[in-house]
Design a protein around this ligand. Sequence first.
Ligand SMILES: NC(=O)c1ccc[n+]([C@@H]2O[C@H](COP(=O)([O-])OP(=O)(O)OC[C@H]3O[C@@H](n4cnc5c(N)ncnc54)[C@H](O)[C@@H]3O)[C@@H](O)[C@H]2O)c1
Length: 269
Amino acid sequence: MVSGQSVAITGAAGGIGRAIAEKCIAEGAKVAISDINADLVHATAKEIGATAFVCDVSDEASMKAFIEGAEAANGPIDMFVSNAGVGFPDEPGGHAAGGSNKSWELSWQINVMASIYAGRSLIPNWIERDLDVSGRFVIIASAAGLLAQIGTASYTATKHAALAYAEYMAIMHKDDGIKVHCICPQYVQTNMTKGMTVVTEGPDKHILPSDVADTLFDCMANDTFLVLPHPVIGEYFQAKAANHDRYISGMARRKAAIDTAHIPSMKET
Ligand SMILES: NC(=O)c1ccc[n+]([C@@H]2O[C@H](COP(=O)([O-])OP(=O)(O)OC[C@H]3O[C@@H](n4cnc5c(N)ncnc54)[C@H](O)[C@@H]3O)[C@@H](O)[C@H]2O)c1
């Protein structure tokens, strides 16, 4: 599916981005990875056989430079993965407007605007291409893009926006042959969830980054937009759509019961 293709992935010094990079390389792709963490992205690229770039996805010029660098190294990008992401708890105050303006701005820039910056560089060129698949754009949202994540308003709102933007891109460019996928995992064992109690059994269990990469490739093969490494999230989402008021009441009960002690571990990365 990606053999011989040029793939570029943001925020791929570790975690889910790295796992997708490794999967693409195993499938024969030429992969460019970027991250804001310069030392780690270079070390990771060396380990897995990718080309490394330092890129701050919240800065449009930096994103453009990454895309140009990846294309100079590996040829025109066939698949772009907008993976870099951050999460911040609602503190101080613990109420719905408790997050700082800085955490909201960073969440908006990194979780949402980064995909728009990348799309601006890539989509016009993809539209010009006369291929069966003109380009593939993958956005890593979250289960928090479909359902509220209690304890973090900024993550919930920006991941909903990331999913909405992915849907919009898919609708607008279906006839141009551009494939779009949006990944919405629940908990995955990465730096972002470090310090949380790891759940190893059941439908809500903490999965590995490689599980996310495998589910993405299954969805690419089946041409499926919504990538759900935890299938139960699809059931919860259907229940929400069927009765929004019941969803809000149920989540409010969950909020009352939840042990919020783990929420601050969802830190800036
Ligand atoms: N781990 C989970 O449980 C989980 C669940 C759902 C969705 N996600 C999403 O998956 C994606 C990858 O996260 P992860 O779990 O692999 O965590 P991670 O912390 O390992 O990876 C995130 C990467 O993004 C990089 N990054 C942060 N700010 C950046 C910026 N401004 N520019 C460039 N890179 C930047 C970090 O340096 C880090 O390497 C994120 O979008 C996250 O929201 C994670």
